[in-house]
Every structure is written in structure tokens, then in C-alpha cells.
Design a protein around this ligand. Structure first.
Ligand code: GLN
Length: 590
């Protein structure tokens, strides 16, 4: 207790005499790190994360070190308990933090592995403040939203700056300006910018330009009112990015410029784009990268040689978008309607694989509740490959198993992700190894042959009640298998996990005797993590989520393998490479 008090006194101005409270972490150098704050007005869902990550990428290409952080308004400590069909997918970081899907956008765009330092929720901020209060860290003060809660937010941002040694920290504030739950974040941003001084920070407001079909013209009033709300908080935006369906015309931009004191050239159109990977070049055409450098006075820190190379590599990638020569359709067994956000990483990983292979990948969502062995052929007739993605609970499980069986028996390329890996084990146990009662205790706690189960060892290792195995783990790859070839002959690869159940080791021998190959496992533990069938064009399952680590320029080999096999099946008349050959060619490209 004495220690933490001492530390905080040293770090801050906290005292009963002072109204200031701005703890500065050790090692923090004022002026070294600059801040870009990205906020949204008018409505949510504007793509703040996409904008922020694309702008960060342009600075990263110039040789600057960037560190993003997303500030969430909700009171949950992490996103682990959020329903993905309401809030988008839960994105798991290497350190096991369960975050918002925007962190996936940052990882993909910046090709960085992020950590819990890059993600905060109101739950985390308040719990930290309350813990400090119980430790007596506030020295007799009444603990207030300002300066203590805002002080905690500033501390988190400065901590990230100090630890990452970033030139620029990109701060994305979740929600919309005007929400009660993020108001204190915006206040903290204002305070931080003030404390850090001129040229320390750049405020970007995203807004939305309406274009009602009945009027046929763009209307900027809602955007003006949204910006007005920002200014009422004492924040002067430096850049306004206007989201819209179509390019925002000069008139609308001029109106916003006059109204907001933001120079016309910094009121830019950020209209819809076919691929988010085209947005960096849109921002570049608007000159936003150099505007930010000038606003932050860091033009002298950039390396233009670095940028030339990075940009050329990026353009090699984006030039391939929309030029596909082949087509394939991947069926994904998804159980709800608002599936796009719930499966964001899978959709991205398919896009990366498709672009790398010159294949336009279409997605067909498959509801499995009424699929059986009898109608699977008919229901899957239009797809060239199938993914059974991760999931929890028993809904549609038998239908998924029927899909796996059909894929296995009719050479339809298959990729099972986490739950999909488990479904593949169940199908194989039931239909090849003849363990009729094979199942998973998650789906049927009383099943006769629980090939998938929570294991006692895991309960011991992972904590009482069998908590999830979360985050990045090394996976040992069996030499000479398909997985080993896909991973370029590496004996170990790092993958991300989020599961509770796994193959019960006592069934491994039976499954292998039946012909199933476990090509990836946990080092030193009998935890099976990748499975494959040698005599199938592509049949693979993994207990991990390879979609979480697929990057535009480094697509996931498993997804490339699936899409290559599906494309080969679709274009049977062309002599296309098999999955292993295709992955090798892509690796040469990347
Ligand atoms: N429900 C399964 C488990 O907990 C699969 C989890 C998942 O697909 N992410 O093991």
C-alpha cells in the first residue's frame, strides 16, 4: 500500500491542495509521441477503425512507429462476453485479450500483433480507479470524473506511448460524440492535447453526409450539427472526414468548412469503397498523410525511401483487387442473419487468399438446422468449398456434421475452424471409426463416446471450471504433412486460440488408425490442434482461428489452401495448381 501511494505521489500532482491530476508514467518523454484522436459524429458504424488504421498505415509506411488504441465506452472489462451477433466478432489478441473487431482491422492494416495495451473499456478504466481508491492512492481526495477518471485515461494513453516508443499514438474513441458513455474520454483527449501543448495532437472528426434518394442531393446539416457537438466540448477538429455513399461534393464540403473553422482542403470525402484496402490510397490522394505530419510537426522524422518500398509492395497487392481471372464460392455455415460483422476475420482471410490467387471468392451462408445426410448434397450443390467456423452451443450442430461428412466423402474442399475442427472429429469417429455414439459434451453432455470434451488436465492448467484457452500458442507441426507443406516446412507455427473443448486423447489412436492425421499439436501436451486427410483435395481442421492472423500481404496458408482447392474444383477444365503448389506460389509473391 505504501509503495503504490509513493509511486502515485511521485508520478502525479495528486494532493489535497491541487486540482490537477495527471500521472505521468516513468520513461514518458513529452513531445516524443504525438496523438491523433479519431471520433465519430452523427451515427455509429462510420468505420472509424478503418479510417484510423489506414491513416496510421500511411505514417507507418513513412518509417514512423505507430501504436493504435481503441477506447470502448461499455462497462465490460473485455469483449469476451459480448454477443458477436450484436457487437461483431470477438477478436482475440496474442496475449489472450478478447477485444472488439476493430483491433482486427488495425492488426491487418498495420501488420502488427497488438496487446491489451491497445484496448481499453470503461470497465477497465473504472475498475482501475476504484482499485486505486481502495488502496488509498488518492491521498484523501474525493475521487471525481475530472480529474481522476480522465487522469486514468490519459495515463493509459501515455503508458502506451512510453512502452511502444511510438512516434504517433492513434486513439479511436468508440461510439458517437454526444453519447454519455464516451463523454469522459473526449474530455480526457481535450485535457491531454492541452497538457502536451501545441502540435502535440490532431483531432479528426468523422461525420456522415446524407443523400436522401427523394432529394437526389447531398445534405450536410446533420454533419454540421455533429461537428458543432464536438466544438461544444472545447475540441477544435483539425480534419473532417465525410463518410458518404458517393464522393462528397465541393458545396457540402465548403459548408462544413465554413461552419467548423477547418480549412477546405482538410474537409475530405471518404465515400464508400469496394475494398477497405483501397482506402489508404484515397487518404493519400487527399494528402491527409502530409497534413497530419505538418499538424504534428514531424515532417523531419519520415523516411521517404522506406515509404517508396512499402507503398510499392502495397500497390502490388491492391492492383490485384478486382482483376480476378477465376471464381469460387465458399459456403460458410453461419447461423444468424447479421453475419458480416460476426465473421469479419473469416471474410477478410478469404479476401486475402482470393486476391493472392487471382480468384473472386463469393460467400454463401448456409443455415444448417435442417441439413441432414440425405439433403446435404443438394444443399451444398452450389459451393466449391466449405468452412464450418467457430461457435458455441448445439444449434445446427448435426447439420454441420452432415456438411463435414458430405465434404469428406465427395472431395469437397473443407476447412474447419475450432468448432469446425471438432465437428470433423465427430464425423470421422462416427462414420469412419464406427463409434456410433461419438459426440461432444458441449453439445450433448451425456453422449456415449465423448471424443470432444473438457479435459481434467485442462481444468487443472487453465483454472477451475475449464476456462477458455485464449490467445497465441505455438503449434508443433508434423513433418511431411499437408499442414507442414502449407506452412513452408516450419516445425512450429504460432496460432490463436479461443476454446474450451478438445479431442480426448484416449481416442487419438482410434482416429489415427482410421486414417485421420493430426498434423498439429501442442508442444509437450496431447492437445490435437490441426487435422487433415491425406487423400483428399483439401480437408483440414484446426482448433485455432487462423483467420485472426491472416494479413493482406501474408494471407493465412490454410485459407489459401482452401481457396486454391475450391478454385481448382470449380475450374476443372484448367490445369490449376493443387493447394500446396498454390500456397508456395503465393508465398513467393508476398
Ligand atoms: N465451443 C467450442 C469450444 O469451446 C468451440 C469454440 C470456438 O469455436 N471458438 O471448444
Amino acid at each position: 500500500m505504501a509503495d503504490s501511494k509513493e509511486l502515485l505521489t511521485k508520478l502525479s500532482d495528486a494532493s489535497t491542495e491541487s486540482e490537477f491530476f495527471s500521472p505521468i508514467p516513468t520513461g514518458y518523454k513529452k513531445g516524443k509521441t504525438k496523438y491523433v484522436f479519431v471520433m465519430g459524429t452523427v451515427m455509429s458504424g462510420l468505420g472509424k477503425g478503418i479510417f484510423s488504421s489506414c491513416l496510421a498505415k500511411l505514417l507507418q509506411d513513412k518509417g514512423l512507429k505507430v501504436a493504435p488504441i481503441k477506447l470502448e465506452g461499455y462497462l465490460n472489462i473485455d469483449s469476451g462476453t459480448l454477443n458477436p451477433f450484436r457487437h461483431g466478432e470477438v477478436f482475440v489478441l496474442d496475449d489472450g485479450m478478447e477485444t472488439d473487431m476493430d483491433l482486427g482491422t488495425y492488426e491487418r492494416m498495420l501488420d502488427l500483433d497488438l496487446s491489451k495495451a491497445n484496448f481499453a473499456t470503461s470497465g477497465q478504466i473504472f475498475s482501475s480507479v476504484l482499485n486505486k481508491e481502495r488502496h488509498g492512492d488518492y491521498l484523501g481526495r474525493d475521487v471525481q470524473m475530472i480529474p481522476h477518471v480522465t487522469g486514468e485515461v490519459k495515463l493509459k494513453l501515455r503508458q502506451l506511448a512510453a512502452d511502444s516508443k511510438a512516434d504517433v499514438v492513434f486513439v479511436e474513441i468508440g461510439g458517437t460524440v454526444g453519447d454519455l458513455e464516451n463523454a469522459y474520454y473526449l474530455e480526457a483527449m481535450r485535457e491531454l492535447a492541452y497538457e502536451e501543448g501545441p502540435h502535440s495532437s490532431c483531432f479528426v472528426a468523422l461525420t456522415y453526409i446524407l443523400e436522401p434518394p427523394a432529394l437526389g442531393e447531398q445534405k450536410s446539416k446533420a454533419a454540421q450539427l455533429g461537428i458543432k457537438q464536438v466544438m461544444q466540448l472545447g475540441i477544435q477538429p483539425d480534419i473532417i472526414a465525410c463518410r458518404a455513399t458517393n464522393p462528397v461534393n465541393e458545396k457540402a464540403r465548403q459548408k462544413i468548412s465554413i461552419y467548423s473553422n477547418v480549412p477546405f482542403e482538410r474537409v475530405v470525402s471518404l465515400h464508400d469503397s469496394a475494398s477497405i484496402y483501397m482506402i489508404p490510397s484515397m487518404l493519400r490522394e487527399h494528402g491527409l498523410d502530409f497534413e497530419v505530419l505538418r499538424l504534428l510537426k514531424i515532417e523531419d522524422r519520415i523516411n521517404l525511401r522506406h515509404e517508396r518500398k512499402a507503398w510499392a509492395r502495397w500497390c502490388d497487392f491492391t492492383d490485384r483487387i478486382g482483376t480476378a481471372r477465376y471464381k469460387s464460392t465458399i459456403g460458410i455455415t453461419g447461423k444468424y442473419t447479421s453475419v458480416r460483422d460476426s465473421y469479419a476475420s473469416i471474410i477478410n482471410a478469404l479476401e486475402h487468399a482470393g486476391i493472392a490467387l487471382g480468384c473472386d471468392v463469393g460467400i454463401e451462408w448456409i443455415e444448417t438446422t435442417d441439413i441432414t445426410d440425405k439433403n446435404a448434397a443438394e444443399r451444398l450443390a452450389s459451393v466449391d468449398g466449405i468452412i464450418v467456423p467457430g461457435g458455441f452451443g448445439s444449434r445446427g450442430a448435426e447439420g454441420k456434421i452432415a456438411c463435414v461428412r458430405y465434404a469428406r466423402e465427395s472431395d469437397l474442399p473443407y476447412l474447419g475452424l475450432c468448432l469446425g475442427f471438432q465437428m470433423a472429429v465427430i464425423d470421422f469417429a462416427r462414420n469412419v471409426c464406427k463409434l456410433k455414439g461419438a459426440g461432444s459434451t458441449e453439445l450433448d453432455p451425456k453422449c456415449a463416446e465423448p471424443v470432444i470434451d473438457i479435459l481434467p488436465e485442462q481444468k487443472k492448467i487453465e483454472g477451475l471450471g475449464g476456462n477458455m484457452r485464449l490467445g497465441g500458442r505455438d503449434v508443433e507441426i508434423k513433418p511431411e504433412t499437408v499442414a507442414w507443406n502449407l506452412f513452408g516446412g516450419k516445425d512450429s507455427v504460432r496460432m490463436r486460440f479461443r476454446h474450451r473443448y478438445e479431442v480426448d486423447p484416449k481416442y487419438i489412436e482410434t482416429l489415427e488408425a482410421g486414417g485421420l492425421v493430426f498434423s498439429g499439436k501442442a508442444p509437450d501436451q496431447p492437445i490435437m490442434q490441426i487435422l487433415e486427410l491425406p487423400d483428399h483435395p483439401f480437408f483440414m481442421g484446426t482448433q485455432a482461428h487462423p483467420c485472426l492472423t491472416s494479413r493482406p500481404l501474408r494471407p493465412s496458408p490454410m485459407f489459401v489452401g482452401l481457396v486454391a482447392a475450391a478454385t481448382k474444383r470449380r475450374h476443372a477444365q484448367v490445369d490449376l495448381p493443387d493447394c500446396i503448389e498454390a500456397v508456395k506460389q503465393v508465398a513467393g509473391l508476398a
